[in-house]
Every structure is written in C-alpha cells, then in structure tokens.
Design a protein around this ligand. Structure first.
Ligand SMILES: Cc1ncc(COP(=O)(O)O)c(C=O)c1O
Length: 361
C-alpha cells in the first residue's frame, strides 16, 4: 500500500496546525496559549460533578436546545442581537464552527479572504478544503486596509479582537465590509468577553454575517470544547445539516449552562484579568525599547524596537520556566504575545522581565 497515493492530493503539501506545548508541570508559568488563569468557579465545577452520573451512558441533546435558549435569554440578553433560537448553532469549541462553515460553503477553488496577521487556523482549514486563499495584509497599525472593500470571494474571516495584536475592529468597518462583500463575513469573537466591543448587534442589520464565540476563554472551559455561532436562521439551518450528529458532549453543555447561570460572578472575576492587563501594560511600557499595544483581549502584544532582542527575551524567559508566544513569521519577529494571568504569575513575569531587561535593554 502506498499511503501517499491514497490520501487526498492536497494533504501531501498540507501543513497542519501546530498546537503549543501543553506542559502540565505546575512550576511552569504558562503565558502562551491565552487560557483563562482562573479555574471554573465552584458552582460550575459542582454542576459538572453532579452531571457525572449514569446518564453519561446516553447520547447528549444533539440540538443543545436548553443551551441555545439560555444563550439568547440570559447571556446575550443585553447585546441587542438576534433572538430566534434557530439563529444559534452550538459547536465543539469555536474551532469546530469554523470547520462547519467551510463544510457548508466551500467547493474546491472557491475564494476565501483571510487577514495577516491573524489566527492561522482560517488559512489552514481553507487549505484543507482546497479553497483559493486571498490573504490581505493588515496595515502596520493592524487596522483593515481599504482594499478589503473591493475584494470578491465566498467567505471572509475577521478575528475581533484580533489574535495576535489583541484589538477589536470597529463595527463601522465590519458593517461596511458586509455591505461590499458578495459572500459571507465571519467574525470570530473568541476573545470578545474581554472587550467592550461586539458586532453581535450588526446581525440585525445584515444577512451575510456569522458571529461566533467561545466558552474556552471567558468561561475557563477550554478543555470541554464548546462554542456558539449566531447568524440568520437559514444559514444556521445549513450548518446543522452538515455537523456531526452529537458534536457537543453532555458535560460541556451542562458546564456552559451553569456558566451562563453564574455569568455575573464569572464576569466579575474576569475584571481582575482586565485590571491585570492594564497593570502589565503600564509596567512594561516603562522600558525604553519596547511598547505594549492596546489590547481588548486576555493577552498583550509587546513590540521590540530592536528585533534581535526579541528571541533573547523568549529564550531567557523559558530558562526561567515562563512560556510566552513568539511568531517566527514575516512582520512579527519583533513581537511577543503574553497571556494575562493571575496577579501572582504576572508578578513572576514582571520580575523575570526586569532581570532580562537589565541585560538587554
Ligand atoms: C482567534 C481564536 N479563535 C478560536 C480559538 C479556538 O477557540 P475554541 O477553544 O473555542 O475552539 C482560538 C484559540 O486560541 C483563537 O485564538
């Protein structure tokens, strides 16, 4: 058997998504994968524990009926967005939603618009589906260039707030894009729980928009894999037709429902992350030779004036058992992305940074 001849042709040149190191040793300070530093609150953990009983023998609700209801009635109540339960799709993490969107819309050769830099998975999945990729370079300040208003294609992916720089794109820009783009605009709001901005209200104004969000970051449920998308009911209907029958598991649905029930308390806890984001930014902005970009997310993006110093920081931090994210990619060599963590971990980072800065800055 020649496996190489059996697998799909485009897989022969396909580079899969590289997941970051998942170190479980407690002595590592993990500031590289943008996880929430706080565990799920005890109320949510208790609800998950209570749900671990003989009923795991049964298949979960394939429609996640309760969860869709509570997302609209409680979680998004104040967001001035769609209210029809048939406008909500539940996915196995927001990453699955991305895959489902490709399954619905993309035939080989169809054009997909992505931005650079942004979350790399859009381009990777586009390659997997044999789409034609039009990658548009963001402006130097990470804003969207005007050329976007004249591009054609089937799908366009916008990450807001954008990974890796951390800033949201304004709704005026997104609305104008939707008005000009002939295909579907998808806004990935995985980090929006840390931002004051959301484009959810735009769903009432335009029909060619899908907004998706996650329970991974704002709700500390990354491991359970659950996220949701909102769009016109006719789009969600197609997404439901192609998803795997039992795509989200029972415990994840229970955890998400419990998180919604206790969302006030969870958002209150998350305020500490926002305060820490400001503290970290202020501390680091005191150094000459680096600057911290404004962020609406649970991470910050640090720019080094001297590119050659960037990796020295990354390596020295790793020696001190602190992991941060560096992208060895054009235009990004002189940046590091740092997840905002607990006060204690952020102090460890700030102190280590000071020691290294004494050597290099
Ligand atoms: C921009 C962006 N979208 C989606 C995801 C994945 O989210 P989920 O855990 O909901 O699949 C990530 C994960 O880091 C991300 O950075």
């Amino acid at each position: 058997m020649e496996l190489n001849k059996l697998i799909r042709e485009n897989l022969r040149k396909y580079s899969a998504f590289e997941t970051s190191e998942q170190l479980t040793d407690a002595d590592w300070v993990k500031l590289h994968t943008n996880e929430n530093p706080f565990p799920p609150i005890p109320e949510v953990l208790n609800d998950i524990k209570k749900a671990i009983n003989e009923s795991v023998r049964l298949y979960p609700d394939p429609t996640a009926f309760e969860l869709r209801k509570e997302i609209l009635n409680v979680l998004l109540r104040d967001k001035e967005t769609l209210t029809n339960r048939n406008s909500v799709f539940i996915g196995n993490g927001s990453d699955e939603i991305l895959d489902v969107i490709f399954k619905v819309f993309i035939d080989p050769g169809d054009e997909v618009i992505v931005f650079y830099p942004s979350y790399s998975l859009y381009k990777i999945i586009a390659t997997l589906y044999n789409a034609k990729i039009n990658e548009i370079q963001l402006n130097e300040d990470f804003s969207i260039p005007d050329e976007v208003y004249s591009v054609k294609g089937k799908l366009m992916f916008i990450n807001s707030p954008n990974d890796p720089n951390g800033k949201s794109f304004g709704n005026a820009t997104i609305l104008k894009i939707c008005g000009n783009f002939p295909g579907i605009v998808i806004v990935d709001e995985t980090y929006a729980d840390f931002s004051t901005q959301t484009c959810l209200p735009l769903l009432k104004k335009v029909k060619n928009l899908i907004v998706y969000r996650s329970f991974s970051k704002g709700f500390s449920l990354a491991s359970l894999r659950i996220g949701y998308a909102l769009a016109a009911a006719e789009i969600i209907k197609e997404m439901n037709r192609v998803k795997l029958p039992y795509n989200t598991n029972y415990l994840a649905q229970v955890a998400a429902l419990s998180s919604i029930k206790h969302s006030k308390k969870i958002f209150e806890n998350n305020k500490k992350i926002l305060e820490e984001r400001e503290r970290l930014s202020e501390e680091l902005n005191k150094y000459d030779g680096i600057s911290v970009l404004p962020s609406d997310s649970n991470f910050i993006f640090i720019k080094f004036e001297d590119k050659s110093k960037t990796l020295k920081f990354v390596w020295d931090l790793k020696e001190l058992k602190i992991l941060v994210r560096h992208f060895s990619k054009p235009g990004l060599y002189n940046y590091i992305r740092v997840t905002v963590s607990t006060e204690k971990d952020n102090d460890v980072f700030i102190n280590a940074f000071r020691t290294i800065a004494n050597k290099y800055l």
